[in-house]
Design a protein around this ligand. Structure first.
Ligand SMILES: [Zn+2]
Length: 55
């Protein structure tokens, strides 16, 4: 999986869970795992200040 921002390689652990935050080592963007289906992972940009962190 590559970073949507800079196309750098993201290190996502095999056991990463939905809701986990992944940081891009290249550009520093934070992503939250929004969906996981086997090895198919979807990311969304993590909000720095969110109203709905608890979901
Ligand atoms: Zn990046």
């Amino acid at each position: 999986m590559n970073c949507p921002e800079c196309d750098g390689k993201l290190n996502i652990p095999d056991d990463a869970a939905v809701g986990e935050i992944i940081s891009c080592p290249d550009c520093g963007s934070d992503y939250e795992i929004s969906k996981k289906d086997g090895s198919n992972i979807e990311l969304k940009l993590a909000e720095k200040v969110g109203e709905d962190w608890g979901e």
